[in-house]
Design a protein around this ligand. Structure first.
Ligand code: SAM
Length: 241
């Protein structure tokens, strides 16, 4: 097992780590409402349409919920590799019974479950791709492209790194103004929070190479469709036939 996979496992496949992440998720989600809504808005479906989308690294389903709420006839396949996150997600998604299922996938491995092999109507991911090495980010975008139906979209909400240290500083300063407790929390991280933070930042890279990975995979209409400081929604469409 690589060091990367191991540290990711230590965060996402550990009962206590997941419990402490879940305990603060409502608070974090309050700051993400506009991104969650935008992801739903960007999908090219009419509100009453029936379709199935795949949420990669879905965790407890925060991104899926926004899409399921927006499109009452949509169905979600949530894919993740953490038994703890999936168990918590099944509890949190009870109100959507019959409109979702979980499948197991390890995005580091590039092996997909049979039910996700082809013809996918839309794929989303949120706050997960940054856990993968650059080689796997690039590989994953290609694997998604191959499995999407012609004309279907992939959208990814994720943090990015600034290419210019001054930009990074400006992002951090604006972030701290909006969250006056952030600096205090940074200075007093518990051991567990520090481990989670280090795992969080390990593979975050700038936006432009990721737009390049999307284009190289074959996507068209590639853009950062939404951006707030270091968080973006990037994506594109598989060309129609
Ligand atoms: C920060 S959480 C985000 C969860 C959810 N997408 C959201 O927006 O709240 C990261 C998720 O990525 C999943 N994950 C991390 N590495 C993964 C991998 N190699 N394969 C599949 N899922 C992975 C974790 O289990 C976790 O559920």
């Amino acid at each position: 097992m690589s060091e990367t996979t191991h540290s990711n496992d230590a965060v996402w496949r550990d009962n206590e780590m997941v419990a402490s992440w879940v305990a603060r998720s409502d608070e974090r989600e309050r700051g993400r409402l506009s991104a969650r809504q935008m992801m739903a808005d960007l999908l090219p479906f009419s509100v009453g349409e029936s379709f199935t989308f795949v949420d990669l690294g879905a965790g407890t389903g925060a991104a899926s919920r926004a899409v399921l709420d927006r499109y009452p006839r949509a169905r979600a396949v949530l894919a993740d590799y953490s038994p703890q996150m999936m168990e918590e997600g099944r509890r949190e998604l009870e109100a959507y019974e019959g409109r979702f299922s979980y499948v197991e996938i390890d995005l580091e491995q590039g092996r997909w479950p049979a039910e996700l092999e082809a013809g996918l109507q839309a794929v989303i991911s949120s706050l997960c791709v940054h856990h993968l090495t650059d080689r796997r980010k690039e590989g994953l975008f290609g694997e998604i492209f191959e499995r999407l139906a012609p004309g279907a979209w992939y959208l990814n909400y994720d943090p990015v790194k600034a290419e210019d240290p001054e930009v990074e500083q400006a992002w951090a300063a604006a972030h701290d103004r909006r969250d006056p407790q952030a600096a205090e929390r940074r200075a007093h991280r518990s051991e567990e929070e520090q481990a989670r933070y280090e795992n969080h930042v390990r593979h975050i890279i700038p936006l432009s190479p990721q737009l390049g990975f999307l284009r190289a995979a074959g996507f068209e209409a590639v853009d950062a469709y939404w951006k707030e400081l270091d968080h973006v929604i990037m994506g594109g469409r598989r060309p129609a036939l």
